[in-house]
Ligand binder design. Structure first.
Ligand SMILES: *Cc1c(COP(=O)(O)O)cnc(C)c1O
Length: 340
């Protein structure tokens, strides 16, 4: 039994999900003729109370499309220093959009309205790049699954309105935030110009993300997706997995959160552990006391068939997910309490 806690992207489609994929009605989605893709797009748009949605092969492409839509070459987007759009999209903001990133020194990947305000370049000061977009990440990936308060997001929205900035949400793990904070998707739909959500993280679909926005925005997004090579043909087989995930795998994220919290509680008591960051959702970041070597620790866990990742700088990361079952959880809890 291999227990992979490296990421919530390691899940494999369940038998039931595969059955739904097999049965999908498909067509050529580049001609907008795939009924299952259309159903998924309508379902997600309705869920968020946004006008339209577009299916993407990856969250990265959905975010990159949003950045392309909201910026012109030479302009700047504002994001936290740990943001996925800055750190983990291969420099795509620069490559695809010619945009630079103004990095904010936030808390666990989250910015405040005051920090965003401070990051804006004065629009008349032509020496610096024109600020045109704010990118929020919720939950934060590198920030350990932290969730924004809605009030903060409203405050930042106000700053965007006052300063003529577009507002994008990288909601790769927004589902986790919705469940953890008992929020409703429409509360986010009202706030943002565009939202990207992943189906292939905690929801357990093999592939797929969705970008949400107004009619006009998504019409333009269709062209950008085509340019990026993201138009897919009989993608309904993949969309079917996404629909299955939305119908069956959202509420259960609660279990992932509970297990991550239980792991944190056990780790907190161990003599080899230095700090455990607060756990709000399915990501747990902790560090070892200086006398313990983190690579050796990861290796030792590997020998027990437990896989976790090292983030560097003494930090280790665990991510719980759909394929991390209760028996595995009990085994891991016990393994942690017996490590020296
Ligand atoms: C995973 C992730 C994405 C998108 O990743 P893909 O692997 O391209 O689907 C975007 N933002 C965050 C915060 C993520 O964790």
């Amino acid at each position: 039994m291999e227990i992979n806690l490296v990421s919530d992207t390691v899940t494999r489609p369940s038998h039931e999900m595969l059955q739904q994929m097999f049965r999908a009605k498909v067509g050529d989605d580049v001609y907008k003729q795939d009924p299952t893709v259309i159903e998924l797009e309508e379902t997600v748009a309705n869920l968020f109370g946004m006008e339209e949605a577009l299916f993407f092969p990856s969250g990265t492409m959905a975010n990159q499309t949003a950045i392309k839509l909201h910026t012109q070459p030479g302009e700047e987007l504002i994001c936290d220093k740990w943001a996925h759009v800055y750190n983990y999209e291969g420099g795509g903001a620069a490559f695809n959009s010619g945009a630079s990133c103004k990095l904010v020194d936030g808390n666990r990947g989250m910015m405040t309205a005051a920090q965003v305000t401070e990051a804006i370049n004065p629009p008349d000061f032509y020496h610096s790049p024109l600020s045109s977009l704010v990118c929020i990440e919720n939950t934060t990936n590198k920030g350990g699954g932290a969730c924004y308060e809605l009030q903060t997001l409203h405050d930042i929205k106000e700053v965007c309105n006052q300063n003529n900035l577009k507002y994008h949400l990288d909601g790769a793990r927004l589902w986790n935030a919705l469940v953890a904070k008992k929020q409703h998707p429409t509360q986010f739909g009202q706030l943002f110009d565009t939202i990207s959500v992943c189906l292939s993280k905690g929801l357990g679909a093999p592939v797929g993300s969705v970008l949400l926005g107004s009619h006009g925005t998504i019409k333009r997004a269709l062209r950008v997706r085509k340019m990026l090579g993201g138009g897919m043909r009989q993608a309904g087989y993949l969309a079917a997995a996404g629909l299955y995930a939305l119908q069956n795998n959202v509420g259960r994220l609660e279990e992932d959160h509970r297990r991550a919290k239980e792991l944190a509680a056990i780790l907190q008591q161990q003599p080899y552990v230095d700090t455990v960051e607060p756990v709000e959702t399915n990501i747990l970041i902790f560090s070892l006391k200086p006398q313990y070597n983190e690579a050796a620790f990861v290796e030792k866990l590997k020998q027990k068939s437990i896989f976790i990742s090292s983030l560097g700088k003494g930090k280790l990361r665990i991510v719980t997910h759909l394929d991390y079952k209760e028996v595995m959880h009990q085994y891991v809890l016990e393994a942690f309490s017996k490590m020296v």
